[in-house]
Design a protein around this ligand. Structure first.
Ligand SMILES: Cc1cc2nc3c(=O)[nH]c(=O)nc-3n(C[C@H](O)[C@H](O)[C@H](O)COP(=O)(O)O)c2cc1C
Length: 234
């Protein structure tokens, strides 16, 4: 039996990311977020419009998505009810949030210089993704607090070697990578490998076809779009 139900929040379980951005005074802000999904080399993140991170992303158009693994859950939890916005917005005040200037220090984390963007990487995170903002969308007009969805282009990945596999250590090993996952306000991780996937019958290298760069890439991309449109007409 399924029960029709009005859930207060739809937290079905997504990885946690620690977003680092640069404040207007040049200092670093980090914020945990779990509204995130990837498609190809892009990703979408969803943020409360009153967040310091939202302000910083709109202004600087860049960030690093640091993906914590299960072992640093305490550091993430330490900065859970905090914001880098000095005057804490009313709804966050009601939830018991407080302003915190240096969340990196409070969490006991270490910053590392990024290669292609200004915000730093967080050393303790095994996955670090340097990103730029491709598009900004106002999200869910029904929400009292404005919300935004940022489409990010991932321009540089850094992966800690202990979670890599392959003869050239060129792939992430899902048996070694245990992301921190938020599900209905409790933290989880992946440990139970339950079944092989049919997707694994396709060589992972074939996924690179989607990244078409330069003149030849542009031509191939146009050809694919044309064929796709023609196919849709059938
Ligand atoms: C595990 C976790 C997941 C969170 N997920 C989100 C989220 O998806 N979107 C969001 O706007 N805030 C999320 N938050 C709350 C933000 O961290 C919070 O709004 C914070 O004040 C943002 O920091 P900032 O104002 O310094 O940017 C999450 C917090 C935690 C601890």
């Amino acid at each position: 039996m399924h029960k029709p139900i009005d859930l207060p929040i739809l937290y079905f379980g997504t990885p946690v990311v620690l977003i680092s951005t640069i404040n207007d005074d040049g200092s670093v802000n980090i914020a945990p977020s779990s509204s995130i999904w990837w498609l190809g080399k892009s990703c979408m993140i969803g943020l409360d419009g009153s967040s310091k991170t939202t302000e910083n992303l709109k202004r600087t158009k860049e960030c690093v998505l640091n993906l914590p693994s299960a072992d640093i859950v305490d550091a993430i939890n330490k900065i859970a009810n905090t914001t880098g916005t000095k005057s804490v917005p009313l709804h966050k005040k009601a939830w018991g949030y407080r302003y915190l200037k240096s969340k990196v220090e409070e969490a006991g984390l270490t910053v590392q210089q990024a290669v292609k963007v200004n915000p730093p990487r967080i050393e303790e995170c095994q996955v670090q993704l340097e990103a730029t903002v491709a598009k900004t969308h106002r999200f869910s007009d029904n929400s009292l607090v404005p919300m935004f969805a940022f489409e990010l282009s991932i321009i540089q990945c850094h992966i800690e070697e202990s979670i890599l596999m392959g003869d050239k250590k060129q792939y992430v090993d899902p048996d070694e990578w245990h992301p921190l996952i938020m599900s209905f306000r409790k933290f989880y991780t992946t440990n139970d490998y339950i079944h092989p996937s049919r997707l694994n019958n396709i060589s992972v290298e074939k996924y690179r076809v989607r990244e078409m760069k330069g003149l030849v890439g542009g031509l191939v991309k146009n050809m694919f779009s044309f064929l796709y449109r023609e196919h849709r007409k059938l």
